[in-house]
Design a protein around this ligand. Structure first.
Ligand SMILES: CC(C)(COP(=O)(O)OP(=O)(O)OC[C@H]1O[C@@H](n2cnc3c(N)ncnc32)[C@H](O)[C@@H]1OP(=O)(O)O)[C@@H](O)C(=O)NCCC(=O)NCCS
Length: 184
């Protein structure tokens, strides 16, 4: 996957040496409070990083994970995924879901909206995606704000599971390729 640059950030594939910086925020309960990572132990986080590294070289992958790093010093501060929706009925990346997390030292500086905007453009223009959705637990106000700030529209509130058996009320937001064109 090509590296993507924004004004303040560089998005790139994960590499094994990302472990310490990645683990710093994936083991932080403030960060994972509303996420499936909250129940993971260190071994599971290590396996997950290894799987992201392996996936990065798979030309047939249907999920794109980005390591979010600072342009100024290369520090890894977050993670973003855009991947084929588990609800999609068609092949390919036409309908995608996305997920994200940031080290809490970097919250509140508009980094995640900056990341999502370029990642959405990449999905719509390179991956052929037509529609991207994201969900957050109702209490996760910061995540809902991020979705609003990058042009996603509220679609509804659902009581559903995250694919791993965690049932919660979740807000669902979407953006389509047409919406993104009008935002430019
Ligand atoms: C959700 C998250 C990615 C937001 O990223 P961000 O780069 O901080 O986003 P922004 O700077 O645009 O801030 C978004 C909102 O976060 C909240 N926020 C800002 N600073 C904050 C802080 N220090 N502490 C808690 N919340 C804060 C505000 O509600 C803000 O909205 P506003 O700009 O209208 O005031 C980040 O909070 C995070 O990593 N949270 C933990 C992981 C997570 O919940 N991921 C999503 C799962 S669905």
């Amino acid at each position: 996957m090509p590296t993507i640059e924004t004004e303040r950030l560089i998005l790139r594939d994960f590499v094994p040496s990302d472990w310490d910086a990645l683990n710093a925020f994936l083991s932080d309960p403030s960060v994972t409070r509303y996420m499936h990572f909250s129940s993971w132990d260190e071994e599971k986080r290590r396996q997950w990083l290894a799987s992201r590294v392996k996936l990065a070289s798979n030309p047939h992958r249907d999920a794109y994970d980005w390591a979010i790093t600072l342009r100024s010093n290369g520090l890894l501060i977050g993670w973003l995924i855009i991947g084929r929706s588990r609800h999609a009925t068609e092949e390919g990346m036409r309908e995608c879901g996305c997920g994200y997390a940031l080290n809490q030292h970097y919250w509140g500086q508009g980094y995640m909206p900056e990341v999502l905007q370029v990642a959405f453009t990449y999905a719509f223009t390179v991956l052929g995606t037509q529609r991207i959705h994201a969900e957050c637990e109702r209490e996760n106000i910061a995540s809902a704000r991020v979705m609003q700030k990058c042009g996603m529209e509220y679609e509804g509130t659902m009581y559903d599971d995250d694919g791993l058996g965690n049932w919660e009320h979740r807000y669902r937001y979407v953006i389509t390729v047409q919406t993104e064109k009008t935002l430019r």
